[in-house]
Write a protein that binds this ligand. Structure first.
Ligand SMILES: [Zn+2]
Length: 383
């Protein structure tokens, strides 16, 4: 079953189970295959888009942007290219300055915007397109994050990271030859973002049982199956082969879709994401170069795994029993190392003090119940 058939089936299941949780119908055209870039021009023609804008940076231009631009021009369509320059530390980040760059680069005549890049470029484009009421098309250049299909844009405004309402893409063109050529660190980050679902899914059960928060068995299952596929195919993902990035990209898309269907990120984001956001904000405040989102999430999830397992063992609270099902921190770190990503907090350039602060404050970033919040509320974190 390809992803489009899979989405159709999930939509039908959601419709049949809409008493569990409200569901949004997901309408998204997806191509995950070798040569998916070839499908862009036929799609533009089918949609009658004769003038579009393509947003890229210097790396993603070389990875796919130039090729897509050329194909669009060869087909006699108009494409304006917005190439985002790196900031002083060599990053493109989703902040006010870059949002304005995207908005200024999109001509009034443009009928759609193509995001060619990884998570950051997608977040900038999805937010700009939401404000301009313009469709956006996704061309991922790395299987690095589960946010491609997201409706929310995490943006840094005034130095603080917040998620804003935005739009999901209308279509995704994930070319396996492009994804397999991405730096292995980006593939490892995508794997880290997926491995983080061990703790986010466990946290979701706890937020349902102790926080009374909304829960969907369907979204839970979609995310869990995506996570299992990544663990089962860890060897291929570690090799960075087309077969590996195919499994990973489909998992990342599925995780994104589970959030899209239920209109919140609980299946995919728990304590590990709150720690990652906290660290990211510290780095921004210090003017440091960013670490890949999924790299932070994977490390944070591996760190939380044993804390959560110990929590379940020490508390004798039924709702926390789910944490006993987590893999050990050691196992999680072995998977992260195998795919070529960092596994220890020190490898991210995070100090012990920063980590201690993150463990004590990260749960305040979101109004969501997690094991991390439980540990803070019950003063169970060792100093
Ligand atoms: Zn994530």
């Amino acid at each position: 079953m390809n992803m489009n058939e899979q989405i159709k089936q999930w939509n039908e299941e959601a419709q049949a189970n809409n008493t569990d949780h409200p569901y949004r119908k997901v309408e998204l055209f997806i191509e995950v295959r070798d040569g998916a870039l070839e499908a862009v021009v036929p799609y533009l023609k089918q949609q009658n888009y004769h003038h579009v804008t393509l947003v890229e940076d210097e790396y993603t231009s070389a990875a796919a942007g130039e090729k897509v631009t050329q194909r669009i021009r060869d087909a006699g369509l108009v494409v304006d290219v917005v190439r985002l320059p790196p900031n002083a530390v060599g990053d493109v980040i989703a902040d006010e300055g870059y949002i304005v760059k995207v908005l200024l680069g999109v001509a009034d005549e443009s009928q759609a915007v193509l995001a060619v890049g990884s998570g950051t470029i997608h977040d900038l484009v999805r937010f700009a397109c939401y404000k301009m009421n313009c469709p956006f098309l996704s061309v991922p250049t790395a299987a690095s994050v589960d946010g491609f299909t997201s409706a929310g844009a995490p943006l840094i405004v005034g130095g603080s990271k917040q998620t804003f309402q935005a739009v999901p893409p209308e279509a995704i063109f994930a070319d396996l030859s492009v994804l397999a050529n991405a730096p292995q660190a980006m593939t490892a980050a995508g794997f880290g973002d997926m491995l983080g679902k061990f703790t986010s899914l466990a946290d979701w059960h706890v937020s349902r049982d102790l926080g009374g928060e909304p829960y969907s068995p369907l979204a839970n299952r979609i995310t869990e199956e995506a996570l299992r596929a990544c663990v089962e195919h860890v060897d291929e993902i570690a090799a960075g082969s087309q077969a590996g990035v195919e499994v990973l990209m489909n998992a990342l898309i599925a995780s994104g879709i589970s959030m899209l269907m239920i209109d919140h990120s609980r299946p995919a984001s728990g304590g590990e994401h709150h720690i990652s956001h906290r660290i990211e904000m510290d780095f921004i405040a210090e003017g440091r170069k960013q670490v890949l989102h999924g790299a932070k999430v994977g490390v944070a999830s591996a760190l939380l795994a044993d804390l959560y397992r110990d929590l379940a063992a020490s508390q004798a609270v039924d709702a926390l029993e789910v944490y006993r099902t987590l893999p050990t921190s050691e196992q999680m770190r072995a998977w992260l190392t195998q795919v070529g990503g960092p596994s220890m907090i020190a490898e991210l350039g995070v100090t012990e003090e920063q980590l201690a602060r993150a463990l004590r404050t990260a749960h305040t970033l979101r109004n969501r119940y997690t094991g991390l919040k439980y540990m803070n509320d019950h003063q169970l974190l060792r100093s």
